[in-house]
Design a protein. Structure first.
Length: 488
C-alpha cells in the first residue's frame, strides 16, 4: 500500500503539485438488525481505494479512485492536480499550511476481541435473544435491535515525509422497545437512542453493555410511559443524564466550534456558527463548572473521535474548548490554524472514507466531570423541585447553533430530593450560552461515560462520521420545560 501511495506522490510532483498527501484505505463493516423476531437487515461489506489531495498554484485539488493499479492511481493524481490548477484561477488567496513535523508511525485501536472473528450467526443469536426479551413484555408492539462493527485500515503518506499506518476498530450495539396504544407511541432505548452505544473497541464492548440483562426493564418502561403523567410545562430545574448531556454538547458546543463553519467555508446540515472569531477567549460560554475539551488522545478513552493521527498527519491532541466557563478554543486544521493565531493545527481533519476530502470534524468533545465527589442520587437528593430527563428522543437547533429544543424519552419529577412520578414526553428549550451558564452541579468521574455518536453528518457530498462525547449527569437551573409536546 505504501508503494501505491508513493505512485501518487511522484506523479503529482511531476505535474506541478507543491504538496501532496495520499490515503489508501481498506474499510470493512458489518451491520446487523432485527425487528420483531426476524432479521431486519444483514450486511458485511468491504471497500478499498485511494484519496489524493494536492496543492498546486496555491489551491486545493482532490481526486479518488478504487483502481489501485499504477495507471489508476497516477490517473487520479493527475486529476487532482488539474482540479487544483483550475481552482487556482478563482482563488482569493493562496493556501497557508501550518507546519507539522512529518510522522512515521504504526497504531491500532486497543481491543481484546477482533469483532470480525465472531460469526454473523453468533451476533444474530444475541440480538434475537434481546428481541425476544423485549417482546415478552405485554404491551410492547415493536422491538428493534442492531449491532455494528467496522475496521478501517489506512496508510497515509505525504510529500513532506509523513508515513502513517493506522487501524481503527469500532463496535456498536443497541435496541429499542415501542409501545403503541390508542393514538400514542412511546419508546424506550438502551443503552441510549439512535443506535445505542458505540466505542473504538473490539467485541468485548458487547459483553460490557449487558444487553440481554436490561431488555425486560426497557420494555416495561416503554409500556409504563402510557400511564405516566404528562411532563408539566413551565420553568424548572432539570437534571440531564449523561447520554442526553452528550447530545447537548454535540449540538450546542461541538458544531459551533468547527472553525470551517465559523469562517463560512462550511454550512451543510448544521448551518454556520454564532462563535465568531471576536468571541475567542472573551465569551462567557458557561458557568465556572463548565470545562469542555476536544480530546482525540487514547488516554481520553475509546471514543469514536480517538486516533493517533488525523488525516493530514497531525498527532492527536487535547484542546481546551471551554475553561471554567470561558470560551478558549476551536477545532482547527493546518489550513485554518493561522486564522486564530495558532502556529499548529489542532489535529481534527478527518474523512469518512477514501473517496472523501478530509474536513474539520469533532473528535471527542467532552465535558470534564466534577472534582467534588457527587453521585446522581446525591444530585437528585440535593434538588428540591425539578425534573430528571433520560435518553434523547428529538432535537432541533437553529443554523447558528444558538436556540435549541430537545425532547427526551422519559422524565422523573423530583420533589424534596426524591424521585416521585414518571413523566412522559419531557422536553426542554433554551439559548446555548444562557443554558450552559445555568449549570450549577455536575457529577464526578464515577458517573462519567464516553458516549459514541456514529451518525454525525457534514459536508457536501455528505460525510457521516463518528464522534465521542464524555459526560456526567448535570443540573441546570430555571430551564423552560414542556413546550415541545403541548398536545400530547
Amino acid at each position: 500500500m505504501k508503494y501505491v501511495a508513493d505512485w501518487a506522490l511522484n506523479l503529482a510532483s511531476l505535474r506541478g503539485a507543491s504538496y501532496t498527501d495520499a490515503r489508501v484505505v481498506d474499510d470493512r463493516s458489518r451491520a446487523l438488525a432485527t425487528k420483531n423476531g426476524k432479521v431486519g437487515s444483514a450486511s458485511d461489506s468491504e471497500s478499498q481505494g485511494i484519496g489524493i489531495r494536492v496543492i498546486a498554484d496555491g489551491a486545493w485539488g482532490f481526486a479518488a479512485s478504487d483502481d489501485l493499479s499504477k495507471s489508476g492511481v497516477e490517473g487520479a493524481a493527475e486529476r487532482a492536480v488539474e482540479i487544483a490548477l483550475a481552482s487556482a484561477r478563482v482563488k482569493k488567496e493562496s493556501i497557508r499550511m501550518a507546519p507539522e513535523k512529518p510522522a512515521r508511525a504504526e497504531w491500532t485501536t486497543p481491543y481484546k476481541i477482533d469483532p470480525f472473528t465472531t460469526s454473523v450467526e453468533q451476533n444474530l443469536e444475541l440480538l434475537l435473544k434481546v428481541d425476544s426479551e423485549l417482546r415478552s413484555v405485554t404491551g410492547v408492539t415493536l422491538a428493534e435491535t442492531n449491532m455494528n462493527f467496522r475496521r478501517e485500515e489506512q496508510w497515509l503518506v505525504s510529500s513532506e515525509g509523513a508515513d502513517i499506518h493506522q487501524t481503527k476498530y469500532t463496535t456498536g450495539a443497541g435496541y429499542a422497545a415501542y409501545a403503541f396504544a390508542g393514538s400514542e407511541i412511546q419508546k424506550r432505548s438502551y443503552p441510549t437512542s439512535f443506535g445505542g452505544q458505540w466505542q473504538n473497541k473490539g467485541y468485548e464492548l458487547i459483553g460490557e453493555l449487558k444487553l440481554v440483562e436490561n431488555a425486560r426493564r426497557i420494555g416495561e418502561e416503554a409500556v409504563a410511559l402510557h400511564k405516566a403523567d404528562k411532563c408539566p410545562e413551565g420553568v424548572f430545574d432539570i437534571i440531564l443524564e449523561s447520554a442526553q448531556l452528550g447530545l447537548q454538547i454535540h449540538e450546542s458546543v461541538g458544531h459551533p466550534i468547527e472553525l470551517d463553519r465559523v469562517l463560512g467555508m462550511e454550512a451543510n446540515f448544521a448551518g454556520t456558527s454564532f462563535l465568531t472569531l471576536d468571541k475567542l477567549r472573551k465569551l462567557r460560554y458557561g458557568s465556572d463548572l463548565v470545562n469542555v475539551v476536544a480530546d482525540a488522545r487514547q488516554e481520553h478513552g475509546p471514543g469514536l473521535g480517538t486516533f493517533a493521527y488525523d488525516d493530514e498527519g497531525v498527532p492527536a491532541q487535547c484542546t481546551p474548548i471551554i475553561s471554567n466557563g470561558l470560551f478558549t478554543g476551536y477545532l482547527s486544521s493546518r489550513e485554518t490554524a493561522h486564522t486564530i493565531g495558532l502556529e499548529r493545527s489542532g489535529g481534527t481533519l478527518r474523512a469518512e472514507g477514501w473517496n472523501r476530502l478530509p474536513i474539520i470534524r469533532m473528535t471527542n468533545i467532552s465535558i470534564l466531570p466534577g472534582e467534588k465527589p457527587l453521585t446522581l442520587e446525591q444530585l437528585i437528593s440535593d434538588t428540591d423541585d425539578g425534573i430528571y430527563m433520560q435518553t434523547n428522543r428529538s432535537w432541533s437547533i437553529d443554523d447558528k447553533r444558538y436556540n435549541f429544543q430537545f425532547g427526551c424519552e422519559m422524565g422523573w419529577e423530583i420533589k424534596n430530593g426524591k424521585r416521585t412520578r414518571m413523566l412522559k414526553n419531557p422536553s426542554y428549550s433554551g439559548i446555548t450560552t444562557e443554558f450552559w451558564n445555568s449549570m450549577d452541579a455536575i457529577c464526578s468521574r464515577d458517573e462519567w461515560t464516553l458516549w459514541g455518536t456514529p451518525n454525525c453528518g457534514k459536508g457536501q457530498p455528505q460525510q457521516v462520521m463518528g464522534t465521542g462525547h464524555g459526560a456526567s449527569p448535570a443540573r441546570f437551573r430555571n430551564i423552560k420545560v414542556g413546550s415541545a409536546y403541548k398536545g400530547s
